[in-house]
Write a protein that binds this ligand. Sequence first.
Ligand SMILES: [Zn+2]
Length: 85
Amino acid sequence: MGFGISSQEGLIVKCRVCGGLLEHRVTDLPFKIGDSSIVVVKALPVLECRQCGETEMEDETMRRVDQVLAGVEPSSELEVIRFAA
Ligand SMILES: [Zn+2]
């Protein structure tokens, strides 16, 4: 679908909760940093289970999220960041 995740094309990824099929989606997810900071990452590419709604991130996405979160000002309570692929 043009999200640049071709490295996993052809590989069927299954939900670790229910074993259902995962499909690529773009969504907004909140991440908690430290004791009091919440970062909302928008337009994040994830894999979502069709059956139970569990979301998973691919390793590459996870690494980028880590980088994004590392750059957040720790003193801010709520930060909204658009994920740039
Ligand atoms: Zn599931």
